[in-house]
Design a protein around this ligand. Structure first.
Ligand code: GLC
Ligand code: CA
Length: 579
């Protein structure tokens, strides 16, 4: 007998239809002129966020941290990074959101801590410390020449070995990211209990409405640590995602987290799910009957054009690949009880206009509105990232490498420098790749107005403001009905007015073979919408699919063309209701 899911994906939930807006605290708004965004700065902009139509704020890490990885290296889960404010400020932020009927979720970073966390300090202090087993410690291996080697050949996500030698106790510890981010040992039950109490219940009891969960599929590693197959013969360190993502106890750990903590609150969870291309595997995380997570960020679409072995060895991508991934992840919940997410930006991605539209001044705004139409008509929970609503773009090519701050970008650049002996051509190629896809582009400060430093700070910003602030900023766009910001407001409102169709409806791709336009239907009972999007700088004609025959009413568009015309201008977007 077929299994009958206990809920279906058309069951209404606040976390399905809510629009989520991500805030990256260091770059959002500085309230005291020290050049760093902060919690009071966020509080001062809550009305702006509300006006956009946002229902849920996702706040990236604000916890105590040495900031080696911009707060994803946490040294105390229950304290706040000094420059951002205090726990009282965070409480005020929670209340400020709730007062406006906005929910707020925090980032839960529990695959690793900072090496400055008290747990790690204890763990590294001696082999017999009660917390020794809270992290992964292993003795060295030795090669034939007697050289000391890490326990296995895994490469860390930011390059180099995933193991760091510790002098005090003469052993290696595992760090899948930087050496300052040691991995917690989830196999140890005390660790899991400490995480639940310390990092989760503490904030849930203060009223937080859920979590975005960092690298949610890396807690269970394949043990014992074995070498990964050699895919890069030029390096001692090998890509090992198969060995540290989706390990054997992953589902069990998340079930436990859900039953012991999350299920006791009315909260939402969205897990970051790298390196998981199979729909069946993803469904096991997000099926509601499996009681693990509500949804995940699957990465196929946003990693389009990244190199296989190395992100910055970028390749050309095309619309056919884009559509194939879109179709796959829009449809994978059809007929089951899972749920999905929609996003093109976050703090780990370059700006979507620069990547998927065009930041050429002639097409910047129109392509931004086209992408807004796209995102607001897809099925699943919609996430947008600060600055996306005003069409912020990548930093220009003229920025020297010194303006880039992210550890991932700098590690890559330094690696190229070292391995090529500063070869000019290789360095210029690396620079171009960083200009295209580095995480830094999303981390430049939000452009509030056209005054110095884009109104982000009265002091010296921690990271240079994108030069475009004089013509891309909130102040100018707020009262301009043709601005990207006004379009986003309209598109979000439109999404809410047609939520059965747009949030919950079924996605049907129409022109899978077309390399220039993207056309799809959204269907819900007897309601139907047709979305047509031109992804190019040239005019294109579009075909009305046979399923869309009927009266076509143009209900959303980013240009002033006639609704009859089958010619689309550059990056034109239209949504028709079919009656
Ligand atoms: C996630 C975060 C990223 C961070 C990494 C390590 O991928 O989104 O910003 O660097 O985890 O915590
Ligand atoms: Ca500040």
């Amino acid at each position: 007998m077929p299994l009958i899911p206990n809920t279906s994906n058309t069951d209404k939930r606040w976390w399905k239809e809510g629009v989520v807006y991500q805030i990256y605290p260091s770059s959002f708004k500085d309230s005291n002129g020290d050049g760093m965004g902060d919690i009071p700065g966020i509080i001062s902009k809550l009305d702006y966020i509300k006006d956009l139509g946002v229902d849920i704020v996702w706040l990236s890490p604000f916890y105590a941290s040495p900031q080696v990885d911009m707060g994803y290296d946490i040294s105390d889960y229950q304290d706040v990074y000094g420059p951002y404010g205090t726990v009282d400020d965070v409480k005020e932020l929670i209340q400020g959101c709730h007062k406006r009927n906005i929910r707020i979720i925090f980032d839960l970073v529990v695959n690793h801590t900072s090496d400055q966390h008290a747990w790690f300090k204890e763990s590294r202090s001696s082999k017999v410390n009660p917390k020794r087993d809270w992290y992964y410690w292993r003795p060295a291996k030795y090669d034939e020449q007697g050289n000391r080697m890490p326990p296995c050949n895994w490469r860390s996500c930011f390059g180099g070995s995933a193991w760091t030698w510790d002098e005090t106790t003469q052993e290696y510890y595992l760090n899948l990211f930087t050496p300052e981010q040691p991995d917690l040992n989830w196999e140890n039950e005390d660790v899991r209990k400490a995480i639940y109490d310390n990092a989760m219940r503490f904030w849930l009891d203060l009223g937080v409405d859920g979590f975005r969960i960092d690298v949610v599929n890396m807690y269970s590693k394949h043990l014992p640590f074995a070498d990964a197959p050699i895919t890069d013969s030029s390096s001692a360190w090998q890509l090992a995602v198969e060995l540290f993502c989706n390990g054997p106890r992953m589902y069990e750990f998340l079930e436990e987290m859900n039953s012991s903590v999350l299920s006791h609150y009315d909260v939402m969870t969205v897990g970051e799910l790298p390196c998981t291309p199979e729909p069946e595997a993803v469904l096991r995380y997000v099926s509601s009957s499996a009681k693990k997570l509500n949804m995940v960020f699957q990465m196929d679409l946003v990693t389009l054009g990244f190199g296989k072995n190395e992100k910055f060895e970028t390749t050309e991508w095309n619309l056919l690949q884009f559509k194939a991934f879109l179709d796959k992840w829009q449809c994978f919940i059809n007929g089951n009880d899972g749920w999905t997410t929609i996003f093109l930006e976050n703090h780990d991605q370059a700006r979507s206009i620069s990547r998927f539209g065009s930041d050429d001044p002639a097409f910047r705004e129109i392509s931004g509105k086209m992408l807004a139409t796209f995102l607001c008509t897809l099925t699943g929970t919609l996430f947008l990232y600060q600055g996306q609503e005003i069409g912020m773009i990548n930093a220009p090519k003229s920025w020297p490498i010194e303006e880039y701050k992210d550890v991932e970008s700098l590690n890559f650049y330094n690696h190229v420098k070292k391995s090529t002996n500063s070869d000019e051509k290789a360095l210029s190629k690396a620079h171009s790749a960083i200009q295209a896809v580095a995480r830094d582009h999303s981390r430049t400060p939000v452009q509030w107005d056209s005054s110095q430093h884009g109104g982000f700070t009265t002091g010296q910003p921690w990271m240079r403001v994108n030069d475009s602030f004089s013509y891309i900023n909130v102040r100018d766009q707020e009262h301009d009905e043709n601005s990207v910001l006004s379009f986003w407001r309209k598109a979000i409102e439109f999404r809410k007015n047609y939520k059965e169709l747009l949030v919950y409806g079924e996605f049907q791709l129409c022109d899978a073979e077309n390399t220039k336009t993207l056309t799809y239907l959204k269907v819900h009972n007897d309601q139907k919408a047709l979305v047509v999007l031109n992804f190019t700088k040239e005019e294109q004609t579009f075909m009305v699919p046979k399923e869309a025959h009927g009266q076509m009413d143009l209900v959303l568009s980013n240009s002033k063309t006639s609704s009859e015309s089958k010619q689309l201008g550059p990056f034109e977007a239209r949504v028709y209701l079919i009656n």
